[in-house]
Design a protein around this ligand. Structure first.
Ligand SMILES: [Zn+2]
Length: 328
């Protein structure tokens, strides 16, 4: 495919997705009716607000694959699936077909508990589905190409999310850009196949494996939701090993407090010009190589850092964090 074709396709995908988002029923969160949702569950086919997005994430991507309408790259298949479902009304006509009388859906200001309970009932346990559609395996009565994305969502393995009963309130999103590693430790004969695991609260994301490289360049972005009681972002580097358990190549804890407290203090970063708003200071008991500043850049709150990997003979990592507030 030529570059022009590729760019055309990307642009047309974006505009198809945008058209769908502008459809009237998609101007409100499918789950709580909050206005102006900026997130979507690509496999279920609904547009949702950030708070509901946090609950969807906690269900696991086998139930709901959450993407940002504005920040994530969407594949053609994901956009096609959204369009086939036809928007929030059409999805809700299935997922909320049999809401019991007297049952009230959560509103935009519902408590984390009410919100999580409803979303789990709706998608994970499929309690409001037409009874004939509740059968998970085999052929169902909504057998058509457009139902494929629904059915994919139904094939749940519900054990994995049982421990998420604790209702976590999401205060925002953290975008972590893993830029590169420098001088990483050798774990195979003369090199390593590194990848990074990022952990925040109960979420874990992983970068791709870069073969045989001690100075790998990832430039990968990963999104994590931030619970109100957040701890450090934990990062671990591993050497991918085909035949035995993966070896650890160092780790680091990243204190998110400087980023999040300065970002929340400033509120809408789009109102400010480029400026420094905070700083995470290098100390003997953290992994920083030098002080790391929090800055507003083009209306976004970002923090670049170089960290020295801990509990390993060598290795540094370059990262960039971005805070995405709950109102975006
Ligand atoms: Zn919502």
């Amino acid at each position: 495919m030529s570059v022009d074709n590729y760019l055309d396709r990307l642009a047309s995908g974006r505009s198809r997705l945008k058209d769908l988002l502008l459809q009237k029923d998609n101007r409100f969160c499918a789950d709580c009716n909050a206005p102006d949702p900026k997130w979507a569950s690509a496999n279920i086919g609904v547009f949702i607000c950030l708070k509901c997005c946090g609950v969807h994430r906690s269900l696991g991507s086998h139930i709901s694959k959450v993407l940002s309408v504005t920040l994530d790259e969407w594949s053609d298949d994901e956009i096609d699936a959204m369009i086939e479902v036809g928007g929030n009304s059409s999805a809700n006509s299935i997922y909320e077909a049999y809401i019991p009388e007297g049952y009230t859906k959560p509103g935009p200001d519902a408590s984390p508990g009410q919100r999580a309970k409803f979303i789990r009932s709706k998608y994970e346990h499929q309690e409001f589905l037409k009874p004939s559609l509740r059968i998970v395996s085999g052929k169902s009565s909504i057998e058509s190409s457009s139902s494929k994305s629904f059915l994919d969502g139904f094939r749940t393995n519900s054990t994995s999310s049982q421990n998420m009963e604790g209702m976590v309130e999401i205060i925002g999103m953290l975008k972590v850009k893993v830029i590169k590693g420098t001088n990483l430790a050798i774990r195979d004969i003369k090199s390593s196949d590194p990848y990074i695991v990022l952990n925040l609260g109960q979420q874990t994301v992983q970068t791709s494996v870069i073969q045989s490289n001690l100075n790998p360049v990832w430039n990968e972005e990963h999104m994590l939701s931030v619970p109100d009681q957040y701890g450090p972002l934990k990062l671990k580097v591993f050497d991918h090993d085909t035949f035995s358990a993966d070896d650890v190549m160092g780790e680091a804890d990243i204190d998110l407090q400087p980023l999040i407290t300065s970002a929340t203090a400033f509120g809408d970063a789009g109102m400010f010009g480029d400026m420094q708003i905070g700083k995470w200071l290098k100390s003997n008991d953290n992994a920083l190589i030098e002080d790391s500043t929090v800055n507003i850049v083009d209306g976004k709150v970002k923090q670049e850092m170089t960290i020295k990997l801990q509990n390993v003979e060598s290795g540094e990592l370059d990262l960039e964090l971005e805070w995405i507030s709950i109102d975006q």
